[in-house]
Design a protein around this ligand. Structure first.
Ligand SMILES: N[C@@H](CCC(=O)N[C@@H](CS)C(=O)NCC(=O)O)C(=O)O
Length: 376
């Protein structure tokens, strides 16, 4: 342990003894000690440092790498409209894609400083582990195995989903039992494939899986009538139905067979990077909660009075510095990309071909699950 870090650790411990758990400004959190903690001293408490020492253990250097490169590399989908999609001109769009832009805005103050790297379901975790991408933002379900043996850390969920089934309207099928003995198109390397096996076995429904390696092939096979149904996250079904030749002839059953909390994932071993990825999601959610939009945020800079909103905007305090960013990082996220609601509406709102009512993805204030911790 180097001397500078040891001194910082002692300082933080003393400060945390003096400040009560719920009163006063919280000291900057110390990274986990490698050895037993030093004895507290009786030296007078000094103010907590404004910025965490990012060379301490737990900081893997991703931010430095990204800044030196001048570009964030985000692993995304390219085949699911509304979430991650690339058009014929090479332009990327979607909720997951806009999240990458938000991280770039937080770091660089420029949402364009991101390279989108399309990754399939099977490739995505290796791409993250190997360092080919800095963040995975690709309709990826948070699960225990992915959080542990795949060396990932999921940040806050950006879209609460569940697995569904789509069938041709004229099949007359209305429930899972109606699929008994049928063939079901499914993509490999997904939770979808595993849930299908679990749920159909548990319910005693026989089926033959027809397995494909990407969404284009899965849905092409379904469109050609090679399967009785196609299954994936309901978001994926809505998205892919929109690009079928005859969307009106397909129905999504009123059945949800799993929980699919979808969100960004980072590698184990870099807590600072995790915090940046995490708080970018919280900035988008809180921006909506505070009523800050890309359109009004400039006027709010001169009119905002609520202390939390002022801290969010970087007008007071130094929250950005604690993340290793500029103090106006959250302002940049909202100004340059938008709050969660704006981003949702742009990609999945009523005026898009991939309209999905917000449901669980509303703010907690409106009955949904989106809830960000305080900006303090
Ligand atoms: N959320 C599930 C499924 C995600 C998934 O890969 N879905 C497919 C079907 S919509 C997809 O996005 N395919 C696009 C591709 O492979 O490029 C997971 O994390 O395993």
């Amino acid at each position: 342990m180097n001397k500078k870090y040891f001194a910082l650790l002692a300082l933080v411990i003393v400060a945390s003894m003096v400040l009560s758990a719920c009163g006063g400004a919280a000291p900057t959190a110390a990274p986990p000690a490698e050895t037993s903690a030093p004895e507290p001293t009786t030296a007078p408490a000094a103010p907590a440092p404004a910025q965490v020492e990012f060379t301490a253990p737990g900081y893997g250097g991703t931010l430095t790498t990204v800044k030196e490169r001048g570009m964030l590399i985000c692993g995304v989908n390219s085949q699911v409209p509304g979430f991650g999609y690339v058009d014929a001109a090479g332009a990327f769009s979607g909720l997951d894609v806009d999240y990458c832009r938000a991280v770039a805005a937080a770091i660089f103050g420029d949402p364009e400083k991101v390279e989108f790297r399309p990754v399939t379901a099977s490739e995505r975790f290796t791409a993250l582990q190997s360092g080919e991408i800095d963040i995975l933002s690709r309709n990826t379900t948070w699960s225990l195995q992915r959080d542990t043996e795949l060396n990932g850390n999921f940040v806050h969920t950006t879209y609460y989903d569940g697995q569904g089934m789509m069938v041709p309207k004229d099949s007359g099928i209305t429930d899972l039992a109606g699929l008994d003995g049928g063939t079901i198109c499914v993509q490999t390397g997904t939770t979808t494939e595993l849930n299908l096996a679990d749920v159909f076995a548990a319910q005693g429904i026989a089926y033959t899986p027809a397995v494909f390696d990407n969404a284009d092939n899965t849905f092409a096979a379904y469109a050609e009538g090679r399967c009785d149904a196609v299954t994936t996250d309901k978001s994926g079904l809505v998205a892919r139905r929109a690009v079928l030749p005859d969307p009106e002839n397909h129905v999504i059953l009123d059945v949800t067979i799993s929980k699919e909390p979808l969100g960004p994932m980072v590698r184990h071993g870099d807590d600072q990077w995790f915090d940046i990825a995490q708080w970018t999601v919280f900035a988008m959610i809180s921006g909506e909660e505070f009523g800050l939009t890309s359109a009004n945020i400039d006027s709010m800079m001169s009119t905002a009075t609520a202390p939390e909103v002022r801290r969010f905007l970087g007008l007071e305090g130094d929250l950005g510095l604690k993340l290793g960013l500029e103090n106006n990082w959250a302002y940049n996220v909202i100004k340059l990309v938008g709050n969660y609601g704006e981003v949702y509406d742009r990609n999945l709102g009523p005026d898009t071909p991939t309209y999905i009512p917000r449901g669980l993805n509303k703010l907690y204030l409106d009955g949904g699950l989106l809830y960000a911790p305080p900006f303090r």
